[in-house]
Design a protein around this ligand. Structure first.
Ligand code: ATP
Length: 378
């Protein structure tokens, strides 16, 4: 457990972090989020003593971080930054082997470990001998994460690690990161200015305000349901009610059975299957997309499908079901089981009725028993 007690950082004429009291539980991701200049990076860097605090105390497992040399402290703390910060003249494998080598491992063992963690972050063998410039932004970030993991530190500090890549890659990196964390269970401090990222990744989210003060720390669902004040409410955004649905499991929705047609079926078969404008196409029971039978000119092929519309897991969050209903050209949201097989369809108003009947996320979780780890993620 990392603990901040009255931690303050002053520069000549300004306060970057002001009496911060905060706990970062073991095995959990704590996101520090807030507007530019609110002291997120300063807080993060005080943990590995890249920045020395002015007053207060930071402890790791009860031990003051100033009780040991900074270099030794840092060996137990991985550090990932925006743009990865890789050494441009070293190959990927040598970049990743850096910390194990510094820790005194022999070269062969360090490289073997580097290959192992590269595999973990989804960069198989042939990437190892490339140079950073020969990788995409997303791949460079993966190398950055691999490098931080190489010495298997219990703590990882991550400073906007995914913010320099495009939104699609970012989402992919976030998903992979959550999966990896599910296996590794590190204690992670994750700085971001993006509240959506904080809510998606954090087991707990600490919102900071300019002046380096803590505005609120809570689990994501509680933060959305019950922001402490106007600043937090504004920061988490006006659509927070909708986003809170990510944490509400789908109660039993009134599912309708949906007529379907197999991919490859003829025009006549499609027209006979429904009198509705839209018909759902499946392959081995798995929804593929919608067609309009009246417009078909030949057998149903993959590229004649209207692919608009998401599918949602029947046991997933309400937000996904609502998305599925709203994005479907047929206005019927497609729900599938854990293997992607069609279970039925639901309409938006039926999801909204279910939402009306759902309890709002509780905001007093912390008070009633500490933070809950390994929450379901929506
Ligand atoms: N070396 C320094 N000297 C003086 N002031 C500094 C120094 N480093 C940071 N600051 C100030 O401390 C405050 C907090 O900076 P910090 O980088 O921690 O913010 P941040 O929340 O990480 O911002 P951003 O999201 O823009 O990176 C800012 O007002 C910044 O200008």
């Amino acid at each position: 457990m990392i603990r901040f007690e009255g931690v303050t950082k002053k520069y000549d004429d300004s306060i970057a972090v002001d009496h911060l009291d905060l706990e970062f539980p073991d095995g959990a991701i704590t996101c520090l989020v807030g507007p530019s200049g609110c002291g997120k990076t300063t807080s993060l860097r005080m943990i590995n003593r890249m920045i020395e605090l002015t007053s207060g105390r930071v402890t790791i497992d009860g031990r003051d971080i100033r009780d040991q040399p900074a270099a030794k402290l840092r060996r137990g703390i991985g550090y990932v930054i925006q743009h990865a910060g890789l050494f441009p003249h070293r190959t990927v494998v040598d970049n990743v082997a850096t910390v194990p080598l510094l820790n005194g491992w022999d070269k062969r063992k360090a490289r073997a470990r580097a290959h192992e963690v590269l595999e973990l972050v989804g960069l198989p063998g042939n990437f190892a001998s490339r140079y950073p410039a020969q990788l995409s932004g997303g791949q460079q970030q993966r190398v950055g994460v691999a490098r931080a993991l190489a010495a298997d530190p219990p703590i990882m500090l991550m400073d906007e690690p995914f913010s320099a890549v495009d939104p699609v890659v970012r989402e992919q990196l976030q998903d992979e990161f959550l999966k990896l964390q599910g296996e590794l269970g590190k204690t992670i401090v994750f700085v971001t200015h993006d509240i959506d990222e904080a809510i998606k990744l954090g087991d707990q989210v600490a919102v900071m305000r300019v002046g380096g003060r803590l505005a609120q720390v809570a689990q994501p669902a509680a933060l959305l349901a019950d922001p402490a004040d106007d600043f937090v409410a504004d920061f988490v955004g006006r659509d927070r009610g909708y986003r809170a649905l990510s944490f509400a499991d789908t109660p039993s929705l009134p599912l309708a059975s949906e007529p379907t047609i197999e991919l490859g079926a003829s025009v006549d078969q499609a027209r006979a299957a429904t009198s509705d404008r839209w018909l759902l196409v499946v392959q081995d029971g798995r929804p593929q997309g919608w067609v309009e039978p009246a417009r078909l000119t030949g057998p149903i092929e993959a590229d004649s499908l209207h692919r608009g519309g998401t599918v949602a897991r029947v046991d997933g969050p309400l937000r996904a079901s609502l998305d599925a209903a709203l994005s479907s050209p047929a206005r019927r949201g497609v729900l599938v089981d854990h293997e992607g097989r069609l279970v039925g369809t639901v309409r938006a108003h039926e999801v909204l009725t279910a939402i009306e009947q759902t309890d709002r996320p509780r905001s007093d979780d912390e008070a009633s028993g500490g933070i809950r780890l390994g929450k379901e993620r929506g």
